[in-house]
Design a protein around this ligand. Sequence first.
Ligand code: IMP
Ligand code: MG
Length: 194
Amino acid sequence: MKISQQTYQDSISKILISEEEIQQAIQKTGAQIDAEYAGKPLLLVSILKGAFIFLADLSRAISVPCEIGFMQAQSYFENTESAGEVEITLDLTQDISQYHVIIVEDIIDTGRTLKLVADMLKKRNPLSLKILTLLDKPERRVVNLKADISLFTIPDVFVVGYGLDFAEYYRNLPYIGVYQNPAESDSQKISTES
Ligand code: IMP
Ligand code: MG
């Protein structure tokens, strides 16, 4: 998809969480992890691609020794309520039975993909397993999944930036913004005027 500079700018209707707010929350979380994981073998597991920027900043706010691993998952669901199946397209290289694992996610929305990945990792017997997410949209949850640490709870809006995308764009914004298709907001304007 090709997109103009104008559309790129016009698609963000509002900044929901500023760069400063994100960085402050990350520093606080880093200190919390330092206190909890001192002296423990720690592995941060990130699910590509959305969490890559969050992981980069969070890992630099942590000062206890830690390793980093990446996974990529493709999930299939027969209907919106189904448990579904997950295909791991990129797996960890570490044997996680030797580690305290923290899954680092960008956002928990319905929670379905993360539930499948977390259940799969549990079967590999990590020393412990926690779920940490930058954003949580609890209103949209369809499975029973709770983050152990969530930096921001947000309403049911589609957000982009700081790693999160729409059609692969906007991951490079330094803040979390609300995405609004400019074509749709124009048509809304016309219909309310007429
Ligand atoms: P799930 O519904 O919790 O399984 O979320 C799956 C994935 O959907 C997340 O990891 C994100 O990549 C994506 N996603 C969910 N909500 C948003 C959003 O508001 N903006 C961008 N991506 C989202
Ligand atoms: Mg994601």
